[in-house]
Design a protein around this ligand. Structure first.
Ligand code: YH5
Length: 301
């Protein structure tokens, strides 16, 4: 029997603090009576609650539409829904903490009341705190808890957290991204952030890694990171990847955002084949179909 994510057995080495079950099964993440099972790859559906959401034309900006979109993503196979009230698009307007709370908290409350697992895509400590109080299951931070107070909030609530790598800041990150070795540099950054987290009392078993596709990376950097993603997953922390509809597909294939579904699904499957545990996607239905096929093949070996 082939066991998904069997590379996790390597986490028993001295470099990693991650616990693994004796049979090498991937972990589950438990928080406040809710469970995210990572024994097979999980799908995180993207729910933008920004009026200027580039990828969905801003159509989720009203509460009822956002709720309906989240329910549909869960029905189509999403294990959790990622609610984001700040756009990280280059050139997007900054959003105040109060405005971000206003956009996210009511939705987090409503989704949690329905038993839906919610992650919140934010870098602001105040938003993290209010969303954790509202019942969020996970914090998803593209700045890896580098904003003031963010580490302390995650430690206080003992809430699972995704630490993402980003070089620079959204406004300027694509101007001249440069690395010594993109895979080594991303890994070193994530290990450093993990160390900051554990020193502040955050349990390593609550931490998810993300290489941050498209965040201060050229096309070549993105391809290299996906090619060598197993070097990241071998560390033992669950790995989340966000490739869905991103610019690398536009650069490589000259496709508009809405035309990037097929390459996005292929990329998601390539990531789980290299050990990724969570894929963050816009197109849940299509990704779930591919994932069901992937799981069926894995179960047969
Ligand atoms: C991510 O990778 N990404 S927001 C540009 C696009 C399409 C999509 C031009 N939050 C990530 O999704 N959180 C975002 O086409 C994220 N990992 C995690 N953990 C950017 C985005 C996008 C940007």
């Amino acid at each position: 029997m082939w066991v998904f994510n069997s590379v996790v057995t390597s986490v028993t080495d001295s470099k990693s603090t991650h616990q693994v079950e004796p049979d090498g099964r991937a972990p589950v993440i438990d928080y406040r009576g809710q469970t995210l099972d990572l024994a097979t790859p999980a799908i995180m559906g993207i729910l933008n609650v920004t009026p200027d959401s580039f990828s969905d034309g801003g159509k989720h900006h009203t509460f009822d539409m956002a709720l309906a979109a989240a329910r549909q993503m869960v029905a189509e196979g999403a294990s959790l829904v990622d609610v984001g009230g700040e756009s990280t698009r280059p050139g997007a307007d900054a959003v105040s903490e109060a405005e971000e709370i206003r956009r996210t908290v009511p939705l987090v409350e409503a989704l949690c009341a329905e038993g839906i697992l919610v992650s919140v895509d934010t870098s602001k400590a105040g938003v993290m705190r209010e969303c954790a109080k509202a019942g969020a299951f996970m914090i998803n931070d593209v700045r890896a808890l580098r904003e003031p107070g963010a580490v302390a909030v995650v430690a206080d609530f003992d809430i699972p957290v995704c630490l993402m790598h980003m070089q620079g800041e959204p406004r300027t990150m694509q101007q001249n991204p440069a690395y010594e070795d993109v895979v080594d540099d991303v890994m070193a950054f994530l290990k450093e952030r993990l160390s900051v987290c554990t020193k502040a009392g955050i349990k390593a078993s609550r931490v998810i890694f993300d290489p941050g596709f498209g965040f201060g990376k050229t096309l070549r950097h993105n391809l290299c990171l996906l090619h060598s993603l197993d070097e990241l997953t071998a560390f033992g922390a669950p790995v989340l990847v966000g490739l869905s509809r991103k610019s690398l597909f536009g650069q490589l294939l000259d496709l508009e955002v809405s035309e990037r579904v097929i390459p996005s699904v292929v990329a998601a499957i390539m990531a789980v084949e290299r050990g990724a545990s969570i894929v963050r996607v816009h197109d849940v239905r299509e990704t779930a179909q591919a994932m069901t096929f992937f799981n069926a093949v894995q179960a047969d070996n």
